[in-house]
Design a binder for this molecule. Structure first.
Ligand code: PBG
Length: 341
C-alpha cells in the first residue's frame, strides 16, 4: 500500500494528477494526436550518407555483407550523388580504396588519389552537397592499421604528420569537412594546425571522438578492404566498457578544435551519446555502423523483422539519445520513408 501511495504521489507531483483523472492513452488514440505530441522528430537533414570509392570505370560492386551498399567508381559516384541530393540528404562521407597499399599509404595524400578525384567529380555535379572525408590510414596501408608501424606498434606522433597531409590534400580538392577516425592522441590538433597553415581555417573537423574497438565494424572492413593484417585496434580504439573515458576523449577533441564530435558505434552506445549530449554544447554525431546495418538487413531478408519499422525506430532512438547528426547506410531508404510520411 505504501509503495502504491508513493507511486501515485510521484505521478501527481510530476504531472499534476493520477488515474482515473490521468489517462495517458488519450493522446495516443489517433495518428494525428500522436504526431502532435511526438518529442523526437527524425529528419532527412540529420543524415550523412557513407560512400566507398574505388578505381576503375562503371564499377558498381555490391558489398556482400551490406546488401544495397556498393563500392563505386568515380563516374558512378557522380551519378549516385544526384539521387542523394534529390532525396534532400545534405552530406556524404567518403571512404577510398586505393590502387596500391604500402606501409604509409601514399595514395592517401596524393592530390590525384581516389578521394580527391571523387571530391572534384561530386562538386561538378552537386556543388551544394557537403562532402566530408574520412581521415585514416587503414584503407591505404598494407598492414591495415590506422597509423605508422614501428616494431609491431602503431606509433602516435609520426602518424599525426600524415593525417595532416591527408586533410590538406582533401581540402585542396574541395572537401567541405574532414573527419579523423584513427583514434591517435592529438589528431584533431594536428589536423587543425595543418589545415590552418595551408589556408583552410574555414574547414570544420568532425572528430570521431569516442570511437570504440567494436565487432560492429566487420562489414565495413569488407567494403573498405581495411582489416588489420595482424593484431587488432584495441591499442588505439576505446574499450567498450568505458564511458568516463569517452567524456575525456570528447573534452580533449573539443579543446583541440573539433567542431562536431562523434560517438561510434551508435546502437550499443546510446548511453554514451546521451552522456556526451548532456555535458557538451557542441553538435553530436552518431555513426550507425556497418554491423548495425548488416544485422537489420539480414533479419529483414529472412522476414524476421520489418525493415522500415526497425530502421525508423533505431534512428529515432539515436536522435532521442541526443544525436544531432546520424551517419547511416540507411540514409536513402530512410529519406524516402520520411518524405512519404
Ligand atoms: C576507419 C574507419 C572504420 C569505420 C569508419 N572509419 C573502421 C575501423 O575502424 O576499423 C567503421 C564504419 C562502419 O563500420 O560502418 N578507421
Amino acid at each position: 500500500m505504501n509503495v502504491r501511495n508513493n507511486l501515485v504521489q510521484a505521478e501527481s507531483t510530476t504531472t499534476g494528477g493520477a488515474f482515473p483523472a490521468v489517462r495517458l492513452r488519450r493522446l495516443r488514440r489517433t495518428s494525428t494526436l500522436r504526431r502532435m505530441v511526438e518529442e523526437t522528430r527524425l529528419s532527412v537533414d540529420d543524415f550523412i550518407y557513407p560512400l566507398f570509392v574505388v578505381h576503375g570505370q562503371q564499377v558498381r560492386r555490391e558489398v556482400p555483407s551490406m546488401p544495397g551498399v556498393f563500392q563505386l567508381s568515380v563516374d558512378e559516384v557522380a551519378r549516385e550523388v544526384e539521387t542523394i541530393s534529390e532525396l534532400g540528404i545534405p552530406a556524404v562521407i567518403l571512404f577510398g580504396v586505393p590502387a596500391h597499399k604500402d606501409p604509409i599509404g601514399q595514395e592517401n595524400f596524393d592530390p590525384e588519389g581516389i578521394i580527391p578525384q571523387a571530391i572534384r567529380a561530386i562538386k561538378r555535379v552537386t556543388p551544394e552537397l557537403v562532402v566530408i572525408t574520412d581521415i585514416c590510414m587503414c584503407e591505404y596501408t598494407d598492414h591495415g592499421h590506422c597509423g605508422i608501424i614501428r616494431d609491431g606498434e602503431v606509433v602516435n606522433d609520426e602518424t599525426l604528420e600524415i593525417y595532416g597531409r591527408v586533410a590538406v590534400a582533401h581540402a585542396t580538392a574541395g572537401a567541405d569537412m574532414v573527419a579523423p577516425s584513427g583514434m591517435m592522441d592529438g589528431q584533431v590538433q594536428a589536423i587543425r594546425q595543418a589545415l590552418d597553415a595551408a589556408g583552410f581555417s574555414h574547414i570544420p573537423i568532425m572528430a570521431y571522438a569516442a570511437k570504440y574497438a567494436s565487432g560492429f565494424y566487420g562489414p565495413f572492413r569488407d567494403a573498405a578492404e581495411s582489416p588489420p593484417q595482424f593484431g587488432d585496434r584495441r591499442g588505439y580504439q576505446m574499450p567498450p566498457a568505458n564511458v568516463r573515458e569517452a567524456l575525456r576523449e570528447v573534452a580533449l577533441d573539443i579543446q583541440e578544435g573539433a567542431d562536431i564530435v562523434m560517438v561510434k558505434p551508435a546502437l550499443a552506445y546510446l548511453d554514451v551519446i546521451r552522456a556526451v549530449r548532456e555535458r557538451f554544447p557542441v553538435p553530436v554525431a552518431a555513426y550507425n555502423v556497418s554491423g548495425e546495418y548488416a544485422m537489420v538487413k539480414a533479419a529483414a531478408q529472412k522476414g524476421w523483422l520489418d525493415e522500415r519499422t526497425i530502421v525508423l525506430e533505431t534512428l529515432t532512438a539515436m536522435k532521442r539519445a541526443g544525436a544531432d547528426l546520424i551517419l547511416t547506410y540507411f540514409a536513402k531508404e530512410a529519406a524516402r520513408w520520411l518524405n512519404e510520411r
